[in-house]
Design a protein around this ligand. Structure first.
Ligand code: SF4
Ligand code: FES
Length: 251
């Protein structure tokens, strides 16, 4: 169908700066087979003329890997938060509507500030503290069954889609979001990471932690990597309860 039109229509929600008023601008581009949203944006960048034929500023966006690994190109496309690099024009209904993810502060056009995600990872200590000043030798081995599900969790690309989908993540809440809870499960499952398990559980029990989850289950349906977020949240709920009980017992 798109081939018959020989053009594609895009409606982009634009914003000139963090405090500027959003507005919509329409673009009509020559159709090429196998275009994705990034190539459409590159076409606008090359020739920034809107559908009325007026010269405009190029639309700005963020991208890096172009293969759904870095998470940088997340935006809302036809109402669905997803990665622009894997959004194929041929598979999208036209006009294609593109908006920034509103859960995050907009920097400009389709670029948002995902700092709250990186702050959440810092809060829950989503890393393994090892001394890198000398050769520690090979790391401890992991049972294959655990390695397999841990690998699934490690595919999180901090894309922000699960936060955009979650009704409990907004500018009135400090909820760290499902991805960060899942990362605690990942690092606590690692034989070395396990040594700092309790610090991470403590962090999950503070304000904005696991209690912020309202069990809407939108996250697990929206994650482009198919990460079992609700299973991670249930597992961490159990772990924090056990940890609390242990603390109470030995206090
Ligand atoms: S858990 Fe999934 S949706 Fe959430 S940030 Fe990670 S990859 Fe994106
Ligand atoms: S550019 Fe990396 S996920 Fe799209």
């Amino acid at each position: 169908m798109a081939e018959a039109q020989k053009t594609i229509r895009l409606i982009v929600t634009r914003q000139d700066g963090p405090n500027a008023k959003p507005y919509q601008e329409e673009f009509e581009l020559p159709y090429r087979p196998n275009m994705n949203i990034i190539s459409a944006l590159m076409e606008i960048q090359r020739n920034p003329v809107n559908a009325k034929g007026e010269r405009t500023t190029p639309v700005v966006w963020e991208s890096n890997c172009l293969e759904e690994v870095c998470g940088a190109c997340s935006m809302v496309i036809n109402g669905k938060p997803r990665q622009a690099c894997t959004a194929l024009v041929d598979k999208l209904q036209q006009p294609i509507r593109m908006e920034p993810m509103r859960t995050f502060p907009v920097i400009r056009d389709l670029i948002v500030d995902r700092s709250r995600m990186f702050e959440a990872l810092k809060k829950v200590k989503a890393w393994i503290p090892i001394d890198g000043t000398y050769d520690l030798g090979p790391g401890p081995r992991m049972p294959e069954s655990r390695r397999q599900w841990a690998y699934e969790l490690s595919r999180c690309m901090t894309c922000g889609v699960c936060l955009e989908a979650c009704p409990n993540v907004n500018d009135r809440s400090s909820f760290i979001g499902p991805f960060a809870i899942s990362q605690v499960r990942l690092f606590n499952a690692h034989p070395t990471g396990e040594m700092n398990k309790e610090e991470r559980l403590e962090a999950l029990m503070t304000d904005g932690g696991i209690e912020g989850c309202g069990n809407s289950q939108n996250c697990v349906q929206s994650c482009p990597k198919g990460i079992p977020l609700t299973t991670s949240i249930a597992a961490m709920n159990l772990e924090t309860t056990k940890y609390l009980f242990k603390k109470w017992l030995f206090s």
